[in-house]
Write a protein that binds this ligand. Structure first.
Ligand code: ZN
Length: 208
């Protein structure tokens, strides 16, 4: 309550002082209507996205989540995700949600993993537990400027599994944004080597 008083919630859509996403703006949010935002050729079986990165409200929420570490953005995200899930009759049956891990150095700098926050939001809606089986073993610098092929090469051997995961048939990797898909692809490759049969990427926003 005290924090709420010190840092009022400003709507990412209209700037009104009410919630991170006010009810009026939530209605205008573009929620993805196609199950697969992107089909993949590699280890990843497909990318499912809640919304597009071109939506200003989505960008605002991601910024809040990632850089300000807003403690209660979860609630606003929940609205998005529920709208999204309601739009589908069939979602893949998932055994687990696996957040894309941060390297422990970056986790220390940021204090939280935004992918883990998202996984917690998804979990009750999709009735799948959050299972933290992946580990980021190599620290990679921010690579937004690199072309796709270099990003893919740079992501080789970045992740490893913490435990055998052959009991997991179908999992969704959770991340906030999918740009080239290089991170999701590297994670999917590692999970499949670890015994998982089917790996989807489930992201909040896809950059088109
Ligand atoms: Zn608003």
């Amino acid at each position: 309550m005290f924090l709420k008083f010190l840092f009022p919630r400003i709507c990412v859509g209209c700037g009104s002082e009410s919630a991170w996403l006010c009810e009026r703006c939530a209605v205008h949010v573009i929620v993805n209507k196609t199950l697969f935002a992107r089909q993949q050729k590699g280890a990843l079986d497909g990318v499912i996205a809640v919304t597009s990165y071109s939506s200003p409200e989505a960008r605002g929420l991601i910024k809040l989540l990632k850089y300000r570490g807003a403690y209660d953005v979860e609630q606003a995200l929940h609205v998005f995700v529920q709208h999204f899930v309601k739009g589908f009759f069939v979602m893949p049956v998932l055994d687990a949600l696996v957040p894309v891990p941060l390297h422990k150095r970056r986790l220390h700098e940021r204090g939280f993993n935004q992918a883990e926050i998202l996984a917690r939001v998804w979990s009750p809606i999709l009735c799948a537990p959050v299972v933290d089986v992946l580990e980021r073993t190599r620290y990679t610098s921010i690579q937004a400027h690199l072309p796709r092929l270099e990003r893919l090469t740079n992501m080789r051997d970045v992740f490893s599994v913490k435990q055998p995961c052959a009991t997991l048939k179908s999992v969704a990797l959770i991340d906030d944004v999918c740009t080239t898909g290089a991170t999701l692809e590297a994670c999917a490759h590692t999970l499949k080597k670890g015994g998982v049969k089917q790996v989807f990427g489930l992201v909040f926003a896809v950059e088109e």
